[in-house]
Design a protein. Structure first.
Length: 373
């Protein structure tokens, strides 16, 4: 639960974000590796799952989970990826969620080894685990309880499939996995892959049966195997880094010191933020920059004691007046104008800048002092 957000507020935001549905679903993308990450949440309970997170996108994913007030139950991987390192261990550290991966992958730090037929429950919903080897021995797919959606990892892609030439891959096995475990789902079932490199985000069982050039239409297992054995693809360029990392569930070999000046978190929009509690404790070592108007600064809403006034419209031309001997925390009424000011300062080359999460409104709501004229 994000600090400053009540349970009732979180449930309201989650319900609104789901658009009236009892299931919230988000598809996220990592452009560097062409990887899709999926967030599911049961709205009534607030519990959720994350599927195929990317290590470098941890801050983004965690921010979204916290902003929506989701209680993350599990971070799941469809297989030990060869092109990116999973973010599951980082998410486990941040949220306490379990790490789910196929037991056949024999990876370290997995707290929920998965087998064919297992169910991973979140609130009143669940996904069913289906073993779909062939790309790797440890490939699994996840099928939503009502069979309306499935997450196929690298077993089945949009109009394609995962390669079979390394990591215990086998074309015959992959053909049977796709045919028996994925294309046996209802034709209307939506299929979400782990990767795509041309902007294709979703497909369906009916589409892949009809149009997948490798195994759709009239293609037989013999046709499929002949295609797969003659692809002659180069190895993924990050395989030497990704495979060892994923066999540790994404845990770094050593914990590197953060080197940050403060325990920054990032909003889903990517902005560095600090909590009111940390700012209050360290206020003497910070410059608090209030970017509201002078009328607001001296008005009934009050101000944080010791803060410096510099209205947002004047920020660019008066930036030289801001002390540069201490880190800078930017504030406004609710954190919106200060977010814009923080972005401007960061773009201008200021290094130690953060937004006060929730603004002065959140500061006062948490019981910290307000000075009024």
């Amino acid at each position: 639960m994000a600090q400053g957000v009540t349970m009732i507020q979180a449930q309201s935001v989650l319900a609104a974000a789901a658009g009236g549905s009892s299931l919230l679903f988000r598809q996220l993308f990592d452009a560097a590796t062409g990887t899709f990450t999926y967030l599911l949440a049961d709205v009534p309970s607030g519990q959720g799952l994350l599927i195929d997170p990317v290590f470098e996108q941890h801050d983004r994913d965690l921010s979204l989970i916290r902003e929506l007030g989701i209680d993350l139950v599990a971070s799941l991987d469809t297989h030990a990826h060869a092109d990116h390192v999973t973010g599951s261990w980082l998410m486990h550290q941040a949220s306490g969620c379990v790490i789910g991966l196929a037991a056949a992958a024999r990876a370290e730090n997995v707290t929920l080894p998965l087998h064919h037929g297992d169910r991973v429950t979140f609130g009143s919903r669940f996904v069913e685990v289906r073993s779909t080897p062939g790309h790797t021995d440890g490939c699994i797919s996840f099928v939503l309880d009502d069979r309306s959606m499935a997450w196929t990892g690298d077993a089945l892609l949009v109009r394609g499939c995962g390669r079979c030439d390394f990591q215990q891959g086998d074309a015959h096995t992959l053909y049977r996995s796709i045919s028996d475990q994925i294309l046996s789902l209802p034709d209307c079932c939506l299929l979400y892959p782990c990767h795509d490199y041309t902007g294709r985000m979703v497909t369906s069982v009916a589409e892949e049966k009809a149009f997948n050039s490798r195994l759709g239409g009239a293609a037989t297992e013999r046709d499929f195997v002949g295609h797969m054995l003659n692809m002659k693809l180069p190895h993924p360029h990050r395989i030497a880094e990704a495979l060892p990392g994923n066999l540790r569930s994404g845990k770094p070999r050593e914990q590197a010191p953060s080197g940050s000046w403060a325990p920054l978190s990032r909003s889903y929009a990517g902005l560095p933020e600090l909590t009111a509690a940390w700012v209050a404790e360290h206020s003497r070592q910070l410059t608090l920059l209030d970017v509201r108007s002078a009328e607001e600064f001296n008005g009934p809403d009050g101000r944080i004691p010791g803060s410096l006034l510099l209205p947002l419209p004047e920020l660019e031309c008066r930036a030289g007046e801001i002390p540069d001997d201490r880190p800078l925390v930017v504030v406004c009424h609710a954190g919106s104008r200060s977010a814009l000011a923080a972005q401007q300062l960061l773009k201008a080359g200021r290094q130690q800048v953060a937004n006060l999460r929730g603004g002065i409104s959140g500061w006062e709501a948490e019981g910290y002092p307000i000075e009024r004229a």
